[in-house]
Design a protein around this ligand. Structure first.
Ligand code: CO
Length: 161
């Protein structure tokens, strides 16, 4: 398991680099990220959150299969909804922000095959949140007002990503 980097760690502000080859080091990074996500009970994790500024994300919604995306990009978004969002890298806080209702993302799976994911609701939110991390962006930057940020007990049931 890796240590989760928390705000204001500079790696969280960095734009992550594209993965050129999915080699053994990337496979180990993916395994480590999945293990860490399980350990902390998150529904998604981006590589910079474990201190590696590479474009890799893992997502696992409750009851769903693990999704690995290398070099992911959002190719389409539609709709808008208000969500309460938390981030493993910003412990103890939640923010009210707007996210897309539907998102289509493309990228490579862990074997390097091209995949396209269509998500709505929570999956759309997590895809946007994790791909933001790869661009050095956290949900704090989507807050319309600081009043939309609140402190919460660490065991609050909002999924953390
Ligand atoms: Co996050």
């Amino acid at each position: 398991m890796a240590e989760i980097r928390v705000y204001p760690d500079p790696v969280l502000r960095q734009k992550s680099k594209r993965v050129k080859h999915i080699d053994g080091a990337i496979a180990r990074l993916i395994d480590d990220m999945v293990e860490t996500m399980h350990e902390v009970g998150g529904v998604g994790l981006a590589a910079p959150q474990v201190g590696t500024p590479l474009r890799v994300v893992v997502i696992e919604l409750p009851g769903e299969e693990i999704l690995v995306l290398v070099n992911p990009e959002i190719v389409k978004r539609s709709g808008e909804r208000q969500v309460e969002e938390g981030c493993l890298s910003i412990p103890g806080y939640r923010g009210e922000i707007k996210r897309s209702e539907k998102v289509t993302a493309k990228g490579l799976d862990r074997r390097g095959r091209e995949i396209r994911i269509k998500g709505e609701g929570l999956l759309a939110q997590v895809l946007e949140h994790e791909i933001d991390h790869l661009n050095g962006i956290t949900y704090i930057e989507h807050l319309e007002s600081i009043d939309n940020l609140s402190q919460v007990a660490p065991d609050t049931e909002t999924p953390e990503i």
